[in-house]
Design a protein around this ligand. Structure first.
Ligand SMILES: [Zn+2]
Length: 361
């Protein structure tokens, strides 16, 4: 599946277009701006701009180089993102491992262009810098130049162990091969190593207007009506944030449905579900699940009182539940949610809540 269309940042695109036409595009560009506003997508657009073979307005999106960028198959486009730390001890094996991990992420993004931010533990390592160095030394395959897009460059952590990685990247950015264009992205330029930052020319991408976010979510996430409005408001001008929020709430809802099924499936299923919770759940994730349980119960309560909606909680076998039972159940969820704010084991809390719900429902 090709990349989804770039959204917004028209003024910045015009600037890049003009700079490119005049041959003034800085060779090491740093794209900054809030999470999820499309920095990497903008970087890929710049790659298209540089590779495009159309005569008129560029990038055309239709010529072969444009298509290959959009399909993430252009041989001179090198997109590098944070990956899991390599496990091998041999440096050569590490380079292979990192290159493989990057290729796997790109394969995933080809399948699913609406990707999530990189895992918080992932980063750029010495092996990543070596991958870049080696590819920078190669002759371009298809055209006159290569484009390197280094996502979340701030994840090159300035720790002692990584000093060598920083130096390797720095060397590359100090004297980039003439036929190469570097594009780095970072949310906060101040979190880049100052030596690296000083080699770059920044271009800031701001938050997108709600109309742009709305158009994108309507077209590519299939949202409409109130759900669309709600997500647009929560996105705060960031399409990436809107996508993550959707994933999180889907996850919470799935977990809530699973809990309610376990509640009606008997004591063994309840304790099994509680054990699955694990003692160290991320607090935000746990409370989101409780909120989703409350939402499902409130829906059930509305249906039971004849206010409309689905007949009961779809996750539980239909039973003669009174509106009162749902009110009771909601009270227990509220209690659990309050307890979840404190320093309490979520596994125990969930076991108690599941028993409470089984009792009242
Ligand atoms: Zn083109």
């Amino acid at each position: 599946m090709p990349l989804l269309p770039i959204v917004g940042h028209e003024a910045e695109r015009d600037r890049a277009r003009r700079a490119c036409a005049d041959g003034r595009l800085p060779q090491v560009l740093l794209l900054t701006g809030p999470v999820g506003v499309g920095k990497q997508r903008f970087g890929l657009w710049v790659a298209q701009l540089l590779f495009c073979e159309a005569e008129g307005s560029r990038p055309c999106g239709a010529c072969q180089p444009c298509q290959r960028v959009l399909d993430l198959t252009h041989p001179d486009l090198h997109w590098v993102m944070p990956v899991l730390s390599p496990k091998a001890s041999d440096p050569e094996k590490q380079v292979e491992e990192v290159a493989g991990a990057i290729a796997a992420v790109i394969a995933e993004r080809r399948e699913q262009p609406l990707y999530q931010p990189a895992d918080g533990m992932w980063g750029h390592f010495l092996a990543t810098a070596r991958v870049l160095q080696r590819r920078a030394a190669l002759t371009p395959v298809a055209g006159a130049r290569k484009v390197f897009l280094v996502a979340e460059a701030n994840r090159l952590v300035p720790q002692e162990a990584n000093q060598e990685a920083a130096n390797a990247l720095l060397k590359l950015l100090e004297e980039p091969p003439a036929n190469s264009q570097f594009i780095l992205t970072a949310v906060d330029p101040n979190r880049l190593l100052p030596t690296i930052r000083s080699r770059t020319v920044p271009l800031r991408l701001g938050r997108l207007p709600d109309t742009e976010v709305k158009g994108f979510l309507g077209a590519h996430l299939g949202l409409e009506g109130a759900a669309l409005q709600e997500r647009v408001a929560a996105a705060q001008g960031s399409i990436g944030r809107a996508i993550s929020l959707g994933e999180e709430s889907d996850k919470a809802l799935r977990a809530a449905a699973e809990l309610l099924r376990a509640v009606s499936a008997g004591a063994a299923a309840r304790s099994e579900r509680a054990m699955k919770q694990g003692p160290y759940a991320a607090r935000g994730e746990f409370t989101a699940m409780l909120d989703a349980v409350a939402m499902l119960l409130a829906e059930g309560g509305r249906a039971a009182s004849g206010a409309g909606g689905t007949p009961s909680v779809p996750e539980m076998p239909a039973g003669p539940r009174t509106p009162r039972a749902f009110v009771e159940a909601l009270g227990r969820v509220a209690k659990a949610r309050e307890a979840a704010q404190g320093n309490v084991n979520p596994q125990l809390l969930l076991a108690t809540l599941a028993d409470d719900l089984a009792e009242v429902l």
